[in-house]
Design a protein around this ligand. Structure first.
Ligand SMILES: [Zn+2]
Length: 432
């Protein structure tokens, strides 16, 4: 699999290899923090020179013959960012000032919205440096707008683009973090976050990931106008964490294990929202995390303000200040189980005694109120009033696949699980 550690592509959600295939507009793409730059098919002159160079009985090579001429034009792609100016965008695309001014006045350009990917071919070198050949962008779900040189001016046209859904298969081994592994394998953030959701009832992604843990994932990508636009739903995934292997496939309304068990638990394993920021923070501060035995709870180091979520449906039993706990929320989930969230900087909207909460609702923000030396969440899980280790307490699961749906589930899930096995096998083979 991919071993490069290049910076993330300029277009979130797209991996470099996909871009290379999305070559409707570009001959080859160099992805990175900077724009993709590509040379255009050789001009007649270039072809002539290459043909000469291919003749075997050549005189000693002269430097000027050995050098390829600079491309006559190039294509760049840029994302129109929030807060961007049109002038800034056109400058990044390499469009000369005259054409940039002409573009700014056009109705089609005023429709450009932040987030749009804009591609342009401009002339390189000589007196026509920066002259626009054409510019295209995905205007909406329906079409691609194209503005091109027509005589001495510019002309615009629009064509419908086709939306296509494809399936991607990727596999990764964790060395430092889930996102680090995803980056190395070219897996978009939205897919990593879905993995954390799918397996979040079984694995605490803030505390339980270890070097050598690995995962494989099959997910959809939505293509538009010949290029990948964004990642879609995870169809199936497996996760091997500390020797424990978990598998899940999407079916109907949720994710289910091969035997039909629901991956969703009545209570989430972690109260902390998983994100690129919070996961990196947890890694960095790992020694800070105290063991459960020491003080009847687990501490999650996280940036101040990180969202804390209710691990399950319930009723707020307490929300207020309480000694060393600082700002504290206690939620009763059922007759036996309660959870407590301490040192909060602020409470979630509507979080007060007696309020009803649903799993995933915001109970507050990470802070350091009470006895806390730095921003962190102190989390307790109590069963029948006694503290239990939240990492090991068994959690009740949601309803499994209905008996009469099992055949349909197997028919859908088994080919996906087979793909995962293949992926995992090839990954292990590549490492050995
Ligand atoms: Zn604590």
């Amino acid at each position: 699999m991919s071993t490069h550690s290049a910076p993330r592509p300029a277009h979130p959600g797209l991996r470099p290899a996909l871009w290379k295939r999305a070559a409707a507009l570009i001959a080859f793409a160099v992805t990175g923090a900077v724009a993709a730059v590509a040379s255009i098919a050789p001009s007649a002159d270039t072809e002539l020179l290459l043909a000469k160079a291919a003749v075997p009985e050549q005189l000693p090579i002269r430097l000027e013959q050995a050098l390829l001429p600079a491309p006559a034009s190039y294509v760049r792609e840029e994302r129109f960012q929030r807060g961007d100016t049109l002038a800034g965008l056109f400058a990044r695309l390499g469009i000369a000032a005259d054409d940039a001014r002409a573009l700014v006045g056009r109705r089609e350009i005023r429709l450009l919205r932040p987030g749009a990917i804009v591609a342009a071919e401009v002339r390189a070198g000589g007196a026509r440096e920066g002259e626009l050949v054409w510019l295209e962008y995905l205007a909406s779900r329906d079409g691609i707008v194209r503005i091109e040189r027509a005589g001495r001016g510019l002309a615009a046209s629009e064509r419908r683009a086709q939306a296509v859904t494809r399936t991607e298969r990727r596999s990764a081994v964790i060395r430092s973090s889930l996102f680090g592994a995803s980056d190395a394998a070219g897996i978009p953030d939205s897919v990593s976050l879905q993995l954390a959701e799918i397996f979040g009832g079984d694995i605490d992604f803030h505390r339980e990931l270890r070097q050598g843990d690995r995962f494989s994932v099959v997910y959809e990508t939505h293509w538009f106008g010949g290029r990948p636009l964004r990642a879609g739903r995870v169809l199936a995934a497996d996760f091997v964490s500390q020797g424990r292997s978990l598998k899940a496939a999407w079916f109907g309304d949720g994710y289910y294990a091969p035997d039909g068990r629901n991956m969703r638990k009545a209570l989430l394993r972690s109260p902390l929202e998983f994100s690129r920021v919070s996961s990196a923070f947890g890694m960095r501060k790992h020694p800070f995390v105290q063991s459960w035995r020491a003080h009847r709870g687990v501490d999650y180091a996280a940036p101040s303000g990180t969202r804390v979520r209710a691990v399950g449906d319930g009723i707020v039993e307490f929300a207020g200040r309480q000694g060393g706990y600082g700002n504290l929320v206690v939620i009763r989930h059922d007759a036996r189980n309660t959870t407590a969230y301490a040192h909060l900087k602020a409470f979630g909207r509507g979080i007060r005694g007696g309020a009803r909460v649903a799993q995933g609702d915001t109970v507050g923000m990470v802070g350091q109120t009470g006895w806390a030396t730095g921003p962190h969440l102190h989390y307790e899980f109590r069963v029948g009033g006694a503290a239990r280790n939240p990492l090991s307490v068994p959690l009740p699961a949601g309803a499994p696949v209905a008996r009469h749906d099992m055949d349909a589930f197997r028919a859908k899930a088994q080919p996906l699980f087979a793909q995962l096995d293949l992926l995992a096998g090839s990954k292990v083979a590549a490492l050995e």
